[in-house]
Write a protein that binds this ligand. Sequence first.
Ligand SMILES: [Zn+2]
Length: 93
Amino acid sequence: MPRLSSVCASCGAPLETHAGPGRPAIYCGDGCRRMAEYRIRTLVRRIDRYEIARRDLLARGIDPFDDAGRQRRLRALRRWITEDTAALRGLLG
Ligand SMILES: [Zn+2]
C-alpha cells in the first residue's frame, strides 16, 4: 500500500514527491533519518522497560496495602506504552 503522507516522519517538513519506482521517502534527508533512528532506539528501549515493569506489577498480584496505587501505576504504564508505540509508528512511516 503506498504511503500517503507527504511530510518527513522526523521533522514534519514537506517531502518532495517523486513519481517512479522505488520506496517513497519517509524522511527529508540523512540528518532526519539518523535522528529518527536514534529516537526509534530510545523509544524501543523505553517501551521494553515499561513492559517489564507492567509484567512485574501484574505478576505480583493484588497489593493488600495499596492496590489503588498499583492500579494507577498500571494505567500509567499502559498509557505510556500506547503513546510511545504511536510515536514509534509515526517515525517508521
Ligand atoms: Zn525531516
